[in-house]
Design a protein around this ligand. Structure first.
Ligand SMILES: [Zn+2]
Length: 201
């Protein structure tokens, strides 16, 4: 390869991004090279600023530039129902569907023995603190309908059941093995409306 080292490095870095293969990485790197200098600078500044400023909400772990996210600060949200999701992207998908008016708790992960992620790696402490300190009537578990999501749901259920709180799970309709992020709004809304009680023995 006769590529300049700086370009090789740019391609390498692009190829580390999710769903970017070597060819796409090369295409992106060349696009940046051919773009006006200002555009390239804007992009690099945006990356640094987003990475530097965005953090996790102290209450729910959603992404925010402030201490508390916009949803937690919104007085119109129903604080008696907490929807538990794996990642901030799941929260965004649910918000896009517009069918949920409660608040959230983001676990920032799902239990996956294969990837070495156990219950202790999930952000559960904050959820427990909220259950102790706030008037919560229902916890709606909206983890993904795949193996990791179901394992996580079962763990949360066992953990919270002794507290006598109403526990619900999203209705089917989201394809098994699929994820919330790529589910369309109408399907998500139906899944919320048809949520069911979790019954364990
Ligand atoms: Zn929040």
């Amino acid at each position: 390869m006769y590529l300049p080292p700086t370009l090789t490095r740019l391609i390498e870095l692009f190829s580390k991004l999710p769903s970017i293969g070597p060819r796409t990485a090369q295409r992106l790197a060349f696009h940046i090279l051919m773009a006006p200098q200002e555009q390239a600078e804007q992009l690099s500044r945006a990356i640094i600023e987003a990475r530097g400023r965005v953090r996790f909400c102290r209450t729910c772990n959603n992404i925010t530039e402030d201490e508390i996210c916009g949803i937690c600060r919104d007085e119109r949200r129903d604080r008696s129902i907490i929807c538990v999701v794996e990642e901030p992207q799941d929260l965004l998908a649910i918000e896009r569907s517009g069918g949920f008016k409660g608040v959230y708790h983001v676990l920032l992960g799902a239990i996956s023995p294969l990837e070495g992620i156990g219950p202790d790696d999930l952000k559960m402490d904050g959820l427990l603190a909220r259950l102790n300190g706030e008037e919560i009537k229902e916890v709606l578990i909206a983890t993904n309908p795949n193996t990791e999501g179901e394992t996580t749901s079962l763990y949360i259920t066992k953990f919270l059941k002794p507290r006598g709180i109403r526990l619900t799970r999203l209705a089917r309709g989201i394809p098994v093995g699929g994820d919330l992020e790529s589910t369309d709004g109408a399907t998500l809304t139906t899944a919320f409306e048809g949520r069911r009680e979790i019954i364990i023995n």
